[in-house]
Design a protein around this ligand. Structure first.
Ligand code: NAP
Ligand code: BGC
Ligand code: ZN
Length: 377
C-alpha cells in the first residue's frame, strides 16, 4: 500500500510502498481518509525532532488523521465508523502507569511513543490498525475536517490546564495573546476569539492570508517586528492568557512580561537549540510578586479530542475554507508539504470517494410503520 515517510538521514518525505497491515486480535483495520501536516511534521522531516521506530531506518509520517473502520475484526467498532486516532502508544516495555491511569498525554517523552513523530509509524498510509482504546469515534459528517481534531485537542488540553491552575480564585481571561500565526496559532484564535479580546502576534507583511483570517475572526494582528512580546503590555494591554505557538524559545520567557497580574502563559512550541541571556532575578520576581504561572502542555487525552469535535463545529464555515489551503491526493503528497505565504493548513487525502460520501447530508426517508430511516445516496 502507499505510504508517505521519511528515511533516516534524508530531509524530504517520499512515497513508499509498504505491506498492508493485518489487525491482531483486539485491533481493527482502519482505512485512512485524510492526514494533516503541521509544524511538528516539518521539524521531524528536517531531522530536528522525533525518531524512526526501533529497528527501522524510516518513519511513516502523519499524526493528525481521520479514517473509517474497514474491518472491526471482532472489536466493539462497526464497519463504516469514522474515527480519529490518538497519537501516543506504550513504549516497547509495555504500558506504564501513565497509560494504565488513562493519561498517556502526561507521560514524559521517554515513557511514550508518538505515532508519526517519535518511535512509531504514523497514519500517512492507506490503512492502519489500532485498538479501539486509541480511537475517538466522530460523526460521519465531520470526516472531511476530522484531521483538525488532533491539533484542536492539543489546545483543549492547554486551555484546561490554564483554567485549572487558577481554579482557587475567580479568574476568567478577558484578554488573550496568541504567539504565532501558523496553523496552531490560527486554530487558537478561532477557538477563543468569541470569548475574549484576542491578539495574535506574527512577523508577516500585509497583505497576508493569515492576517486576513485573524482580522476576520475579530482579533488584532500584532507585528512582532514593531511590537515585540516584551512591549505588548505597554503597546496594547496586559494579557490574562498567552498561548505560545511559535516554537521560538525566547517567547517562552518573554511572554511573562506580556502577562497581567495572575496571568498564565501556556507553552506549546518545541524549540530548536537556542542559548540567550535573561535577567533571572527580574523574571523570578515578576512570577512571584504578580502570581503569574507558566505551564508547558503537550499532546492531549481522549476527553480533549471529544471537546475538539464540538469546538470545530463552532468555527464559522468560512474559516475552514480559508484555513485549509491544500488537500492533496496521496499521489501529489508533495503539495501538502509545500510552504509559502499562501499556504496555511494542508492535508494528504487517501480516499476522496469515501470522504465525500460520508460527508453528504443525511436524507430522511419514511419507511411506514417501522418509522423514519436516514440514508446517504
Ligand atoms: P507552524 O505552522 O510552523 O507555525 C509557527 C508559526 O510561528 C509561524 O507562523 C511562524 O511565522 C511563527 N513564528 C516563529 N517564530 C516567530 C517569531 N520570532 N515571531 C513571530 N512569529 C514567529 O507550526 P504549528 O504547527 O503552528 O506549531 C507551532 C509550534 O507548536 C511548533 O513548535 C510545533 O512543534 C508545536 N506544537 C506543539 C504541540 C504540543 O502538543 N505542544 C502540538 C502541535 C504543535 P512565519 O510563518 O512567518 O515564519
Ligand atoms: C502533536 C502532539 C505531540 C507533540 C510533541 C504535536 O505536533 O500534535 O500530539 O505530542 O507534537 O511531539
Ligand atoms: Zn501536531
Amino acid at each position: 500500500m502507499k505510504a508517505v515517510g521519511v528515511k533516516d538521514g534524508s530531509n524530504r518525505p517520499e512515497l513508499m510502498q509498504i505491506p498492508q497491515p493485518t489487525p491482531s486480535e483486539g485491533e481493527a483495520l482502519i482505512r485512512t481518509l485524510r492526514v494533516g501536516v503541521d509544524g511538528t511534521d516539518r521539524e521531524v522531516i528536517a531531522g530536528n525532532y522525533g525518531a524512526s521506530p526501533r529497528g527501522q531506518d524510516r518513519l511513516i509520517l502523519g499524526h493528525e488523521a481521520v479514517g473509517m473502520v474497514e474491518d472491526p475484526n471482532g472489536t466493539t467498532l462497526n464497519s463504516g465508523d469514522v474515527v480519529v486516532p490518538t497519537v501516543r502508544r506504550p513504549p516497547p516495555e509495555g504500558a506504564n502507569e501513565y497509560f494504565q491511569r488513562g493519561h498517556p498525554d502526561m507521560a514524559p517523552p521517554e515513557m511514550t511513543l508518538e505515532c508519526g513523530i517519535n518511535g512509531a509509524d504514523g497514519f500517512m498510509c492507506e490503512y492502519f490498525t489500532s485498538q479501539p482504546e486509541y480511537l475517538v469515534e466522530i460523526a460521519a459528517e465531520t470526516a472531511r475536517r476530522g484531521f483538525l481534531i488532533e491539533p484542536v485537542s492539543v489546545l483543549e488540553k492547554a486551555l484546561e490546564l490554564a483554567l485549572s491552575s487558577r481554579s482557587s480564585f475567580q479568574w476568567s481571561p478577558e484578554t488573550i495573546l496568541v504567539l504565532g500565526n501558523g496553523s496552531l496559532g490560527l486554530l487558537t484564535v478561532s477557538m477563543l476569539a468569541d470569548s475574549a479580546d484576542v491578539y495574535c502576534l506574527g512577523r508577516r507583511d500585509r497583505p497576508d492570508p493569515t492576517v486576513d483570517i485573524i482580522e476576520r475572526l475579530g482579533a488584532v494582528y500584532v507585528d512582532s517586528r514593531e511590537t515585540p512580546v516584551t512591549e505588548m503590555a505597554a503597546g496594547y494591554e496586559p494579557t490574562d492568557l498567552v498561548f505560545e505557538a511559535t516554537g521560538y524559545a525566547k517567547h517562552a520567557l518573554q511572554c511573562v512580561e506580556a502577562l497581567a497580574p495572575t496571568g498564565v502563559g501556556v507553552l506549546l512550541g518545541v524549540p530548536e537549540p537556542t542559548r540567550f541571556e535573561i535577567d533571572g532575578a527580574r523574571f523570578h520576581k515578576e512570577m512571584v510578586l504578580n502570581n503569574k504561572a507558566l505551564i508547558g502542555s503537550v499532546n492531549a487525552g481522549k476527553q480533549h479530542f471529544d471537546a475538539a469535535v464540538d469546538t470545530i463545529e463552532s468555527f464559522p464555515p468560512w474559516f475552514l475554507d480559508a484555513f485549509v489551503t491544500t488537500v492533496a491526493p496521496v499521489e501529489s503528497f508533495h503539495d501538502a508539504f509545500a510552504t509559502g505565504d499562501d499556504v496555511i493548513k494542508t492535508a494528504v487525502e487517501f480516499d476522496s470517494v469515501w470522504t465525500d460520501w460520508l460527508t453528504q447530508p443525511l436524507r430522511v426517508i419514511s419507511s411506514g410503520s417501522t418509522g423514519d430511516t436516514t440514508v446517504r445516496q
